[in-house]
Design a protein around this ligand. Structure first.
Ligand code: DX5
Ligand code: ZN
Length: 230
């Protein structure tokens, strides 16, 4: 994609009986496919495991953005890497030694990221900012698609970027949860580099059209940013 701001549709609310068609429908407008892995312990819902990443890999050439909402990521990171994840984020407070998970992910040739839930302060990310490629800022309590974005989470985007800049590193900030056409301007204003959009694309009657509309909003914003020279 030529656009600077990335779009990562989450298949959480897709029609799994027609998964290939659904992914193909959004592919032309997307930069990643976002896969939400839930274990029923770290979050109160269960979704899918490595087999779904393998399935998505067979459907699309887009890179796969795996979002682990599970306890014990050290035990699982290899399986999700081998299944075809191009990048893997796990949550702060989901394991004792995030650094070793980050390093293991990198050794497996996969780009590492950390996700932060609304109740976890972003300063807990600081020790790891120099080791990861991206941060997922959750704007809903993880577990379900279709929730309302918590606007008070958006100032975390700038806070994380400032913390990274102080350390002399750059991290991509991905905003996840409740993002839809109406609030995208606000999310982009906050500085998001990548947006996850689930139900407002796959819950729409025409997922392709919904993804195209989101892409058009992102492209308009990119043009404005380029024109203002910032
Ligand atoms: C929530 C997931 C999100 C979610 C996004 O726990 O991490 O990725 O699927 O879906 P919407 O856009 O419906 O909030
Ligand atoms: Zn997610």
């Amino acid at each position: 994609m030529s656009s600077k701001i990335k779009l990562s549709p989450s298949i959480l609310n897709a029609d799994f009986a027609n998964l290939a068609d659904q992914i193909k429908a959004v592919e032309p407008y997307s930069d990643y496919i976002h896969l939400d892995v839930m274990d029923g312990h770290f979050v109160p819902n269960i979704t899918f495991g490595p087999l779904m990443i393998e399935t998505a890999k067979r459907i699309t050439d887009l890179p796969l953005d795996t979002h682990l909402m599970i306890y014990n990521p050290p035990e699982w990171v290899e399986a999700f890497a081998e299944a075809g994840s191009d990048r893997i984020a796990f949550h702060l407070r989901s394991c004792r030694d995030p650094e070793s998970v980050i390093r293991a992910t990198r050794r497996l040739g996969v780009s590492p990221g950390l996700a932060v839930s609304p109740e976890v302060p972003t300063f807990e990310l600081k020790p790891f900012l120099g080791m990861i490629d991206f941060v997922i800022i959750m704007c809903v309590y993880p577990g379900f698609g279709g929730q309302k974005l918590m606007p008070e989470m958006l100032n975390r985007v700038g806070a994380v970027k400032r913390d990274a800049a102080e350390l002399g590193v750059v991290v991509e900030v991905e905003v996840d949860g409740g993002v839809k056409a109406q609030n995208i301007p606000m999310v982009l204003e906050a500085g998001a580099d990548n947006i996850v959009v689930g139900s407002s694309i796959f819950g729409a009657s025409d997922a392709s059209r919904a993804a195209a509309e989101v892409r058009a909003i992102l492209d308009r914003t990119d043009k404005r940013t380029a024109a203002s020279g910032s």
